[in-house]
Design a protein around this ligand. Structure first.
Ligand code: PEP
Ligand code: MG
Length: 746
């Protein structure tokens, strides 16, 4: 009998459901499924292979092959036809299996007598669980209907596995989501955290996979899709006026209205799946495709489809984002990705954040950094593996996440946190002391900020001021351009909170990785080298003028420091300065109080500016080296690209020599110089920067303690000598020499 009719397929599913309902051990259930499937498909063999570890498949149940081979026969990913299905995630349908590419003969199973082979992956939401195989003596290709029927069985198997149906006595599968898993991602924000998982999008649990009455299920699905379409229409209506958002949502709406999508799900229902299971089957296939697609646009569309499936599942199951569960005390947020606004809503209640996607410069990363929450990005598949409440250890320094770790890992991690806490106590003692090195050099330590929420750190960290206030965050976390009054009131509150300490406001630095949600994204071949920061501001001066006005109003007569980002040549500075003069004159004309002192500086983020004419250095009141950008342009290595971003050491002798040149020009022209890139917050880098003459460093508040503590223990003259010797030896980087010196003089 071949299940080439829908009713036969439904019958098989009905029998599978009964198997699930029976009170049987996991192995017994698996055995029964192979039996039922072989019977229904009219094949001599049906076998289930499951992953033992990410590289190894094991024969876990069979009807037709040698039973003694169960739990004995194993194969590596990619090995034999089964391994091929597992690796590719695609079915193999061969009439003459022994002559098919990759066939491997496994004598212990007695499989040489079978000619045809059909294997389909068992996967759930893109996660590979195993392979389901049918074989028969007759040499024939399986029909499309048969392939389809086996895929449906595989899907039900995957769902049953998720529900723990195969766990128990003689278990073929361990209980899912109970084992320890290590995720190697990338650092988004340093720091360590230990807490309980809190899924941004809690998983939807589908318990009714099989349904007897397709008409009812079709109606349920159609109603849910109707509801989904209405909600998407509402989203589009809300976005009217914002053409870019409307464009994105239109693509989304197109999917929601896709006849093909609905039709495929209806066909699944006709074969016996419930409406929910049909949605999930489609979603699983979209995820599997997503894993193989490299084209960014297509991936995004598949991700839209994934998102719509989630919404549909929530409508069908009534399971909202609000699960009723209370947020744990030490929540670690786990998400595929998250917007900056949403992250800000969670705020400092979070102990850590782990994302599957994201990038170092993404808005979420910027917010996490501002909130000083450890963040690991690129933790692939963590949302699939995690259950709400699971124990999670986030190591933001290493970019590692331990999910459900065992006791030894937990205790080692506790030790690490305790050591860090001890160090914090040591730093707290230094908080109110000036940072003076062993040879009496004074180094000024300032902090970087971007949110009102950062300001309490000014006092707690002992920072002498805010060396870099990134104003773009206020623009990034909103859905529309903030108004002048809103900005003025925020800047005023920042100045109030700073209580007279200097705050350097950097004007809007957008473009490249920082794209405003309400600005049309520019299609640029090289955004980091493109239309960004001051280039945008000078071409469209309206926003900068509004921001300058807001800053002057906020100062309300107090001293004000303004810094322009990404100045590459004198003329850009001159034009930006002219804008300040115009706004200032207008403020005076309007009778507003103007700042008692206005200080104008520039970020030095492009190598070209280091070679600007003397008049630039003489006119500008201060310069701050934006090492993050400067380094990426110096080495031509994208700061966002994991492959290259750590390739070049910041203590590379060429780079230090270049920085020294900037120091010399500033000294010759009496221009105040600081450094505000991430390296300023790394103690050894900070020590070397100070040694070559950069005496003002601006960093994350949490770095001030460690940097101060190291700087106060060493003599800059000694470090300078070590750097010079290393350079004259021709070392590529001074790091090794400096580290050796630090160890020797600890
Ligand atoms: C830099 O480039 O070093 C810098 C401080 O600016 P941002 O990281 O905001 O680009
Ligand atoms: Mg920069």
């Amino acid at each position: 009998m071949s299940p080439n009719t829908e009713s036969e397929s439904r019958k098989l599913l009905g029998r599978l459901r009964d198997t699930m309902a029976e009170d049987a051990a996991g192995q017994a259930r698996l055995d029964k499924i192979t039996h039922l499937t072989a019977d229904s498909m009219g094949t001599e063999v049906c076998s289930i292979y499951l992953f033992r570890d990410p590289e190894t498949l094991e024969l876990c149940a069979t009807q037709g092959l040698n039973e003694a081979a169960v739990h004995q026969t194993r194969m590596k990913l990619g090995e034999g036809l089964v391994g091929r299905v597992a690796r590719s995630g695609k079915m193999v349908n061969a009439a003459d299996a022994p002559s098919a590419r990759g066939f491997r003969y496994m004598p212990e199973t007695g499989e040489e007598i079978y000619s045809s082979f059909l294997g389909v992956p068992i996967q759930r939401l893109g996660e590979k669980l195993g392979v389901l195989v049918v074989q028969s003596k007759e040499a024939r290709e399986f029909s499309e209907d048969e392939v389809y029927a086996l895929e449906v069985v595989a899907m039900v198997l995957a769902e049953m596995a998720e529900l723990g149906a195969f766990v128990g006595e003689g278990a073929a599968l361990k209980q899912r989501h109970t084992q320890a898993v290590l995720f190697r991602g990338a650092t988004g924000q340093e720091g360590t955290a230990m807490g309980q998982a809190w899924l941004h999008e809690p998983r939807v649990v589908v318990t009714n996979l099989v349904a007897d009455d397709p008409d009812t299920e079709r109606t349920r699905l159609q109603e849910a899709v109707g509801e989904l379409r209405v909600s998407v229409d509402e989203m589009v209506a809300r976005a009217v006026g914002d053409q870019d958002q409307v464009d994105v949502l239109e693509a989304y709406r197109m999917f929601a209205n896709s006849k093909g999508w609905l039709k495929r799900m209806e066909e699944d229902i006709d074969r016996g799946l419930s409406a929910e299971a049909a949605v999930e089957k489609e979603q699983s296939q979209a995820r599997a495709r997503m894993a193989q697609v490299t084209d960014g646009y297509l991936r995004e569309r598949l991700s839209d489809l994934d998102d719509l499936s989630n919404r549909l599942l929530r409508i069908l199951t009534g399971q909202g984002r609000e699960t009723g569960a209370a947020m744990p005390d030490n929540p670690i947020l786990i998400a595929r990705n998250i917007g900056p606004g949403e992250l800000l809503e969670y705020g400092r209640s979070l102990k850590g954040v782990v994302l599957e996607e994201g990038s170092v410069g993404s808005h979420a990363a910027i917010v996490a950094r501002a909130l000083a929450i450890p963040l690991v990005i690129h933790a692939e598949r963590i949302t699939n593996e995690t259950l709400n409440g699971d124990l999670v250890l986030v190591d933001g320094d290493q970019g590692i996440v331990h999910l459900r770790p065992d006791d030894t890992v937990v205790s080692a991690f506790r030790d690490k946190i305790a050591m860090q806490a001890k160090a914090q106590e040591r730093y707290a003692v230094l908080r109110d002391q000036d940072c003076v090195t062993a040879d009496g050099c004074r180094v000024n330590l300032h902090m970087n900020a971007g949110l009102m929420a950062d300001l309490p750190s000014l006092e707690n960290s002992g920072a002498e001021g805010v060396g870099l206030f990134r104003t773009e965050l206020q623009f990034l976390v909103r859905n529309q351009m903030p108004r002048r009054m809103e900005l003025a009131s925020l800047y005023a509150r920042v100045l109030d909170a700073a209580k007279g300490k200097r705050v350097v406001f950097r004007t809007l630095d957008i473009g490249s990785d920082k794209v405003l949600p309400y600005m049309k994204p520019q299609e640029e071949p090289n955004p980091a080298l493109g239309w960004r920061a001051i280039r945008v501001a000078l071409d469209r001066p309206g926003v900068m003028r509004m921001q300058l006005q807001a800053l002057m109003r906020a100062a309300d007569g107090r001293a004000l420091s303004i810094m322009f980002p990404f100045i590459a040549q004198y003329e850009e500075y001159a034009r930006a300065r002219a804008e300040v003069d115009t706004v200032l004159a207008r403020e005076k004309r309007l009778g507003h109080i103007v700042p008692e002192r206005l200080e104008i500086g520039c970020m030095l983020e492009t190598p070209s500016l280091a070679f600007a004419p003397d008049r630039f250095f003489k006119e500008v009141e201060f310069l701050s080296i934006g090492g993050n950008d400067l380094k990426q342009f110096f080495f031509a290595a994208d700061r966002e690209n994991e492959r290259v971003r750590r390739r070049y050491d910041s203590l590379n002798t060429s780079f230090l020599t270049f920085l020294e040149g900037i120091v010399a020009r500033c000294e010759a022209t009496s221009t105040a110089l600081s450094f505000c890139g991430e390296d300023a917050g790394r103690p050894v880098e900070a020590l070397c920067l100070a040694a070559i003459g950069v005496r003002t460093l601006s960093m994350r508040p949490a770095s001030i303690g460690p940097v101060k503590s190291l700087l106060m223990r060493y003599s800059l003259g000694d470090v300078r000598r070590v750097i010079d010797e290393s350079r004259s030896r021709g070392d590529q980087s001074v790091r090794e020499a400096v580290m050796e010196f630090l160890r020797a003089h600890a």
